[in-house]
Design a protein around this ligand. Structure first.
Ligand code: ZN
Ligand code: ZN
Length: 311
């Protein structure tokens, strides 16, 4: 590990000018996979992607993605709102469909990330190996998905004792394998039923199962890699988290990551004018239905107090 990452001194927040090498590296890392994906879609449309596949893929993307952002992240990890029991369990199930690990492991790792963000102990910082373009390339890969292959995860008892005590949530967490199976077989069953064909089951399995999971994975992981390497930093935080506007629609509002690190319990991450935050919108609907309560909405004083330009 590089000495630049060692020590407990927080990294200076604020805007910084980028050396060209780093900029190029991040640009390549960001652009190439997305361009490949964009190129693949029209190609695939002519070879078996039907409107049914697309509708199922979008539906499963929203259920599993919002399960992560509203459920695993804003509710279970940070307690940005309280949820009635049926909603709490539904969110645990929906988030598990994103195939990002069992609920309690996810929450423990993420709480550890906030405790040590971009310092020693952070499970996934792109700055782990230093600041040179080469070190950053290695760090981006590590923050994006390399860290998932490390055998040591944050201790559930230490970082998520509140969830360990909940027997139903423990069961959902332990039955992760069954939920993974459901996440790939449900689209196939629905695709087959809606088109009344084996071909329809197979293409739905591919698009709404596999490709959808892949996309949810990479969008979530981009918050760990891209949003800790680049983006604007209008708010004070002790790490390198940034707001990345173009990831906001796909990440359902999670890419306003600088605000999130400045104010982790806020139910809304896109707090400034024009910042899309679909997850916050859903929390608002849950609140209106009476399913969510004690929501920690940001107010003007709370937001202004965290701005970089506030003394
Ligand atoms: Zn972060
Ligand atoms: Zn968080």
């Amino acid at each position: 590990m590089s000495s630049e990452f060692s020590g407990s001194t927080p990294l200076a927040a604020g805007t910084r000018s980028w050396p060209t090498g780093e900029q190029v590296m991040i640009g390549v890392f960001v652009a190439v996979p997305f361009l490949a994906l964009l190129a693949a879609v029209p190609l695939a449309w002519r070879h078996g992607l039907s409107p049914v596949d697309l509708a199922l893929a979008v539906a499963f993307y929203l259920v599993s993605g919002l399960g992560i952002t509203v459920g695993f992240h804003r509710h279970f990890t940070h307690g940005s709102f309280k949820a009635r029991r049926p909603l709490r369990i539904a969110l645990a199930l929906a988030g598990s469909l994103a195939v990002q690990g069992p609920l309690i492991t996810w929450v423990a790792d993420h709480r550890k990330h906030h405790k040590y963000s971009d310092r020693d102990g952070d499970p996934h910082s792109p700055w782990r190996y230093g600041h040179s373009p080469r070190a950053l390339a290695k760090g981006m890969l590590h923050a994006h998905l390399g860290w998932l292959f490390e055998t040591e995860h944050a201790s559930a008892r230490q970082y998520a004792p509140d969830l360990v005590r909940d027997r139903t949530l423990m069961t959902v967490s332990r039955r992760f394998g069954v939920l993974v199976l459901a996440s790939v077989t449900l689209p196939a069953l629905l695709g087959g039923a809606l088109t009344r064909s084996w071909q329809g089951a197979l293409t739905a399995f591919f698009w709404a199962g596999l490709v959808r999971i892949c996309l949810v994975h990479h969008v979530t992981w981009s918050i760990n890699s891209i949003c800790h390497a680049t983006g604007s930093r209008p708010f004070r935080s002790r790490d390198r988290s940034g707001n990345v506007w173009w990831l906001a629609p796909l990440s359902l509002g999670e890419s306003w990551h600088n605000l999130h690190h400045a104010d982790p319990t806020s139910a809304r991450h896109g707090v400034l004018t024009g910042q899309l935050d679909a997850s916050a919108r859903l929390i608002r609907w849950f609140e209106r239905l009476g399913w969510a309560y004690d929501v920690r909405w940001p107010d003007r004083r709370r937001v202004t107090g965290r701005r970089q330009d506030t003394p």
